[in-house]
Design a protein around this ligand. Sequence first.
Ligand code: NAD
Length: 316
Amino acid sequence: MSETSVQRVAVIGTGLIGASWASCFLARGLEVVASDPAPGAEATLRKAVAAHWPAMEMLGLAPGASPERLRFVASPEEAAAGAQFIQENAPEQLALKRELFRRLDAAAPAEAILASSSSTFMVSEFQDACLHHSERVVLGHPFNPPHLIPLVEVAGGRHSAAAAVQRACDFYRALGKRPILLKKEMRGHVANRLQAALWREAFFLLAEGVVSVADLDAAIAHGPGLRWALLGPLLNLHLSGGPGGFGALFGKPLWRATEAVWQDLGTASVDNALAERVAKGIKEELAPHDEAEVLSKRDEVLLALLELKAKAKVLP
Ligand SMILES: NC(=O)c1ccc[n+]([C@@H]2O[C@H](COP(=O)([O-])OP(=O)(O)OC[C@H]3O[C@@H](n4cnc5c(N)ncnc54)[C@H](O)[C@@H]3O)[C@@H](O)[C@H]2O)c1
């Protein structure tokens, strides 16, 4: 089965991430069958999809795409039966995920892919609960919100078949996503670990009183973050390394000095006093603005940026 031939996706758990995935799948013209045990979950999901839809229209709908292709059912089994791809987005609790995957595996067609959105668990920690086809269980970790952000981290666990991992990558790519493949499992995957490294140093700099909260944010948002949205840190390093790029930079005094800074990086344990100081700094940073407006403007600019990036084509 080619992954572009997926017609029906099951979305299991329709909170923040599940609802966003549902909008993404619907916008690509797929049929979505969703399930979530929370009271009122169907109404909440339909409201979230309606709220996402203008953005999905701006990004471009596939022929036949419609929020009406969403069906809500009473159980994960009912959602999984007849789906070719299953995206799990239940709460981040291992026992819950293990039980859910056991049930999904028993109910899903043998050739369906079972993908987990888990931010912190590795597939090997729950796929052995699947007694039928554990080889089709993979990680499909999105970045919030999945209806806008292209990145999806894909990885297999101890029992995953390479073909299943490949099929998941192909499916996400066919949706217009940018899957990255983890060659081995790692707690926290890749992008969140990179963010964690930055946050660790940010809190260290704040704890040391080096910079204010607003200036720390500006250091990224008005500095390297602008380029990071276009090219990753390694390609940026290469392109700003002068003639010869990284290959030529490596070994030069500037590179040795850069690496020496790594030894100087810090770590802070965030105690109450630091947490209060950071919260106060964030409040001051936001004071001249309306928070809801900042959020909606962020997504508006993000949509425009996604459009520009798609048009540019040469950005990897
Ligand atoms: N929040 C993020 O930024 C983010 C980003 C990427 C991935 N994730 C991952 O996505 C998953 C969901 O996170 P979220 O932020 O959407 O959480 P959430 O709390 O918003 O949503 C979880 C949903 O699962 C439902 N649920 C509870 N028990 C269930 C069950 N047994 N079967 C099916 N659904 C059940 C809940 O009712 C709720 O609607 C987690 O694994 C998380 O690690 C989260």
